[in-house]
Ligand binder design. Sequence first.
Ligand SMILES: Cc1cc2nc3c(=O)[nH]c(=O)nc-3n(C[C@H](O)[C@H](O)[C@H](O)COP(=O)(O)OP(=O)(O)OC[C@H]3O[C@@H](n4cnc5c(N)ncnc54)[C@H](O)[C@@H]3O)c2cc1C
Ligand code: FES
Length: 287
Amino acid sequence: MGEVFASAPFVVGKSEPSPIDSHIPAEEALCPVLANDWVNDEYKHMVLAASAKALAVNPGQFFNLLCPSPDAGELWLRRPQSVYRIDRANGRIEFLYKCVGRGTHGLATAKPGDTLNIVGPLGVGFHLDPAWKNIVVLGRGVGLATLAPISQLAGENGVGVTAILSARSRDLVMADDLFAKVGTVVPVLDADRSSDVANVERIIEGLISAKLADAFFTCGSNRLMQLMKRLGKARGIPGQVAMEQVMACGLGPCYVCVRTFEVNGKKELRRVCIEGPVFDLQEAVGW
Ligand SMILES: Cc1cc2nc3c(=O)[nH]c(=O)nc-3n(C[C@H](O)[C@H](O)[C@H](O)COP(=O)(O)OP(=O)(O)OC[C@H]3O[C@@H](n4cnc5c(N)ncnc54)[C@H](O)[C@@H]3O)c2cc1C
Ligand code: FES
């Protein structure tokens, strides 16, 4: 019998699920890369074959990816990426990522047939209250990737969505195809100034008046988060925000990802990786 190492990664397509660690929700896994294509000048879309544990990921949760090095140097630390789409029928998870630095440029070099080492699913994701019939999603930039799987959550629960997707220009409005399947997409752009906070506020006020705003969800922009927080407080509408923070371990012990929150008027420090990345909108403090 071969030796069994507690730290050996799960190899998708080869390893058998272990009854010993079946109660642990996250794992390190080696996943075949099925696709990794550009969607525009800045973002790539990656599809991985996934293990049963990875497929149990909830919208808003993330994986910590061991990105290949883009050059001759070594690349330290994993890079967090939220799940973009969960395709349980075909055993796949997907990521939508912006190429910004060495980690994500290294990730961009992965080709179909390569394997990627991932750890997850990690963190606390979004939740839907059964009483909510219509929700408003407001995102910008990489926040659109994080918010995208809410479209799946809403679809599975028969909840209507208005997705206000903010971007510099029309080609950077992403996840609109996913949201269009379950609701209405309202692109707002810097190019024509429709992304101005005052205009987004008018749109949300209209949705509140039309009783289409039982809850708010946001990610990717401080000014838009502050807007939703203000409107949510004034109108008594609950909200959730997915926070982004530079991370190291992604598991809780290193405290690299601590941010300040405000709970009942008191400042509180929380780790985004394990207590989030999704938090109550009214407790989030801007950056
Ligand atoms: C929970 C979580 C989910 C995320 N999901 C996505 C996603 O779905 N799609 C996506 O494109 N990006 C996502 N990010 C951001 C992503 O992790 C960073 O863009 C990535 O780590 C940058 O690595 P890099 O080596 O390419 O760049 P670096 O050279 O490390 O940094 C380049 C730039 O990105 C900023 N950056 C680095 N790490 C982070 C970080 N953790 N969060 C925000 N900015 C960072 C740096 O400050 C710098 O300005 C997520 C981050 C978190 C914390
Ligand atoms: S990244 Fe290490 S505690 Fe959050």
